[in-house]
Write a protein that binds this ligand. Structure first.
Ligand code: ADP
Ligand code: GLC
Length: 514
């Protein structure tokens, strides 16, 4: 495994653009902010094109034509069509993504227009009963075929030199690029979450249009089934994941989800590149969603945001009550059972808890019950609400992310920048982005939050008690908060790391650099 580090970039940074012109890159993902988001993948897919553009790459994106993506695509026009292996015809549109105010220029997008596959309301992956759609193998094989056709001949005016595919939804992209006829275009595959793998019955293999040799252990076969995640990991030229610690964790059985062996064999092609924060979207000094702006040294606005949030959420409006918040998918991964178990510790310590999330109905019910039991001190908002999430970070004192596992995690970074101290478990990207407040780090001014080690109720409760104790020391609290707000989570470094990985995947570059 290689961990991208500034030193990695010597030769590649010096190279900059390839032959004086920008590196043409096609990014393939199922979600993208601001059009369609179910989690952090969308934030990253939305921010990366502008970050790479600033770093000498010309990025275009390929997306499935889900309703929200079709509706948001501007200046859409058909550019061509192709036939999928199972005989269905697929039209490809080209258009612009809406520009994010304060961000880069509009990003050019290719969108697969196939209402039969994508035109379904709600969640892009599951039906209203939260069952994965039975034709998901086709819906995402189409994405891979679209990428392969664009990499070769679909748009007579533009073809990428490299393809960057994200998560299992785009896992077949490297397989299609490597195993099907036509120009060879290298592919970088990024794992955002190994827990979601895109596993399908072997009966569907005939639909994929891949040679029979792909269905074997040295290929995309996984315990007798098809794994899109494994296809990505096996066929990609380079693999990245979203934090250095997660890059190490997924090579061990505990977090390898059965793919740790493959990841170990590919360790020389694997790097952990820490996610970053899009400051055009997440900045308390400019955020259009929050009631008052604020910044380091000008924190009056934050106090107003907190009071407004307490009022909006039905919590008692009290300046001195530390407000703990959760903005999250409600799933096993996020350690929300610990949050439930620690509610008494928060409430008895004079604190409040606000949860925004949706997902597992049992977790929803448990938080609903807690909110009824502790009216005015615990509140729950079920659903997905982007502006409310911004208001929560702005009004919050502590952002809870006690995850069981966490490839990177974004909310602990948003919390820091918004002056809400993250309370996290030392796992994955959480371990890479939060410095625990102990006597030494409080003394040298590097502390940014509260970190606990083992996934146990006792350790979590102890971490909550430490947060409550720190809150009662206003000067120490203010210093930790200020350090967090001053963290540099900008995309500059991550974009340089990605570019270094792209250049290392290009055959010409490899030859030139040896
Ligand atoms: P994951 O991708 O595992 O869900 P991340 O921390 O990487 O976790 O990213 C989660 C993203 O989704 C953040 O931008 C967070 O603010 C957002 N988010 C999660 N749940 C909600 C919700 N219920 N409403 C609004 N935004 C949410
Ligand atoms: C995944 C992970 C999360 C990560 C996000 C963006 O959804 O669960 O930890 O931050 O992808 O990379």
């Amino acid at each position: 495994m290689t961990e991208a580090s500034p030193q990695d970039q010597g030769p590649t940074a010096a190279l900059g653009r390839l032959g004086g012109s920008p590196l043409r890159l096609l990014q393939v993902s199922a979600e993208i902010f601001p059009l369609l988001k179910t989690g952090g993948l969308a934030d990253i897919a939305g921010a990366l094109p502008a970050a790479l553009d600033a770093d000498g790459c010309e990025v275009r994106v390929l997306l499935p034509g889900f309703p929200a993506i079709r509706a948001g695509l501007q200046h859409a026009a058909p550019i061509g069509q192709f036939t999928l292996p199972w005989g269905e015809s697929m039209q490809v549109l080209s258009g612009d993504l809406p520009a994010v105010p304060g961000g880069g220029g509009a990003v050019r997008a290719y969108v697969l227009h196939a209402p039969g596959l994508y035109d379904r309301p709600g969640n892009p992956y599951e039906d209203s009963a939260r069952r994965p759609y039975s034709d998901n193998h086709r819906r995402f094989a189409a994405l891979a075929w679209g990428a392969a056709r664009l990499a070769r001949d679909l748009d007579p005016e533009w073809a990428p030199q490299i393809v960057h595919a994200h998560d299992w939804h785009a896992g077949l992209v490297p397989a299609c690029l490597k195993l099907t006829a036509g120009r060879r275009v290298p592919c970088v595959f990024t794992v955002h979450n190994l827990a979601y793998q895109g596993i399908f019955s072997a009966d569907h293999f005939g639909d994929l249009g891949l040679p029979p040799s792909a269905f074997q252990m040295d290929g995309l076969e996984f315990h007798g089934q098809i794994s899109y995640m494994k296809a990505g990991l096996f066929y990609a030229d380079k693999i990245t994941t979203v934090s250095p610690t997660y890059a190490r964790e997924i090579q061990k059985p505990e977090q390898g989800f059965g793919l740790d062996g493959l990841l170990r064999t590919r360790r020389n092609d694997l790097s952990g590149i820490l996610n970053a924060v899009d400051s055009a979207v997440w900045n308390p000094a400019t955020d259009a969603h929050i009631p008052r702006h604020y910044a380091v040294g000008h924190l009056a606005g934050k106090a107003r945001c907190k009071a407004a949030l307490q009022e909006e959420a039905g919590l008692v409006v009290r300046k001195d009550a530390p407000l703990f918040t959760v903005v999250s998918r409600l799933t096993e991964q996020k350690g929300l059972n610990l949050v439930l178990a620690g509610i008494d510790t928060i409430v008895q310590g004079g604190g409040q808890l606000l949860v925004l999330g949706s997902g597992d109905p049992e977790l929803e019910n448990a938080f609903r019950h807690a909110a009824q039991l502790h009216k005015g001190h615990v509140a729950l908002r079920v659903g997905y609400d982007e502006p409310f999430a911004h208001r929560i970070f702005a009004g919050s004192d502590v952002t809870l992310v006690p995850s069981r596992f966490e490839p990177c995690g974004l909310t602990q970074m948003y919390g820091q920048l918004y002056g809400s101290l993250p309370l996290v478990r030392a796992v994955g990207g959480l371990a890479d982005t939060v410095v625990d407040a102990d006597l030494a780090t409080l003394d040298d001014g590097t502390a940014t939050g509260i970190v606990f080690a083992s996934f146990s109720e006792a350790d979590y409760r102890h971490a909550v008690r430490r947060a409550l104790a720190l809150y009662r020391q206003p000067r120490a609290w203010a210093r930790v908060r200020q350090t967090g707000m001053q963290q540099n989570f900008s995309w500059t470094q991550a974009a340089q790391h990605y570019r270094a990985v792209y250049l290392a995947a290009l055959p010409d570059f490899s030859r030139a650099s040896t």
